[in-house]
Design a protein around this ligand. Structure first.
Ligand SMILES: [Mg+2]
Ligand SMILES: [Zn+2]
Length: 191
């Protein structure tokens, strides 16, 4: 489901950084759900990392499982407020997130959008065509890497959040900032 913004963007395919949210952009611990804006702790290096991805020519799209909604730990409205805070804080730092897609379902609902199922990526690609060869998915869990494989994209692992528990082979980065620094400058900012 698209959480934000209300509109789509057509146009030529753009290199896109599909970023996991919890554990990649903001703090995450196993079994702890972020159910209010005040519980969202953005990693100190994350805003600059997103800004650097923008500067290197990547459109940044957030892809996040939020089963806390389906489990009844938070409402859709609370989830919206959390994402609004994330977007606001990053924007304040000059970092641009183009869109946020989320799965609100519980694992037992067997939906097509809970990562590692590729539903959210498919939806994002319909809304915002991506240059598949220069796009990637970055996250802190094996499910993010499995999502990348399922979607035909490169998967990159950050060692923040639950990254140290991940076991699938992937390029590993200390955090999102290190990942952003390591990527090539594609030379053109997507608008
Ligand atoms: Mg995560
Ligand atoms: Zn879902």
């Amino acid at each position: 489901m698209r959480a934000w913004p209300p509109g789509v963007r057509t146009g030529p395919p753009v290199p896109t950084a599909f970023l996991d949210r919890d554990g990649t952009i903001n703090r995450d611990r196993a079994g702890v759900y972020i159910t209010s804006p005040s519980a969202l702790k953005i990693y100190s290096g994350a805003p600059a990392a997103v800004k650097l991805l923008n500067a290197k020519g990547y459109r940044v799209v957030v892809i996040t499982n939020q089963s806390g909604i389906g489990r009844g730990y938070m409402t859709m409205a609370a989830s919206r407020r959390i994402n609004a805070r994330l977007l606001r804080e990053l924007k304040r730092a000059g970092a641009r997130i183009d869109a946020v897609y989320f799965c609100p379902h519980r694992p037992d609902e067997k939906c097509a959008c809970r990562k590692p199922a590729p539903g959210l990526i498919r939806e994002a690609l319909r809304d915002r065509p991506a240059d598949m060869t220069r796009s990637f998915i970055a996250g802190d869990k094996d499910s993010d890497l499995e999502l990348a494989a399922n979607a035909g994209l490169k998967g990159l692992l950050v060692l923040t959040g639950q990254g140290r528990a991940a076991s699938l082979p992937a390029k590993r980065y200390r955090d999102l900032a290190a990942l952003a620094r390591a990527l090539p400058d594609l030379g053109a900012c997507p608008t």
